[in-house]
Design a protein. Structure first.
Length: 130
């Protein structure tokens, strides 16, 4: 079993083409024993956005804070706290913070990989047995 408080999870700024002002905390991942699913906490600053992308894995998203727009191939949806979103495999998607505060959401990703950004930090993780 693994337990950690979110305040003790390192936050990483994501920097790649097509995204702006996006940070992530990798809450659960293969490095701590979660072999099939990653659970991540994303924070998008005002005016920021994720890339417009599609990929093999699906996403399950739960909006915690802020407001934004979820873009798909040909539609836009307003999102707000409490919204639950399912993004299918290979479905084009982008999340944009068009509000006046940070946009924060939990997002799952099916993968057995350790996030590249945290490979060097895994040894410092404190795993508590219950």
């Amino acid at each position: 079993m693994y337990i950690i408080n979110i305040e003790n999870v390192k936050e990483y700024e994501l920097k790649s083409n097509g995204m702006k002002n996006v940070k992530v905390k990798y809450l659960l991942h293969a490095g701590i024993g979660a072999k099939r699913i990653q659970l991540r906490l994303f924070t998008i600053d005002i005016g920021g956005y994720t890339p417009l992308e599609k990929h093999e894995h699906e996403h399950e998203v739960f909006v915690l804070k802020g407001e934004g727009i979820l873009r798909s191939k040909d539609k836009e949806f307003e999102i707000k706290p409490g919204d639950v979103i399912f993004i299918q495999s290979n479905e084009l998607h982008q999340i944009v913070n068009n509000g006046n505060e940070i946009l924060q959401f939990l997002c799952t990703k099916e993968t057995s990989e350790i996030p590249e950004a945290i490979i060097k930090d895994i040894e410092s993780l404190e795993i508590k047995s219950c």
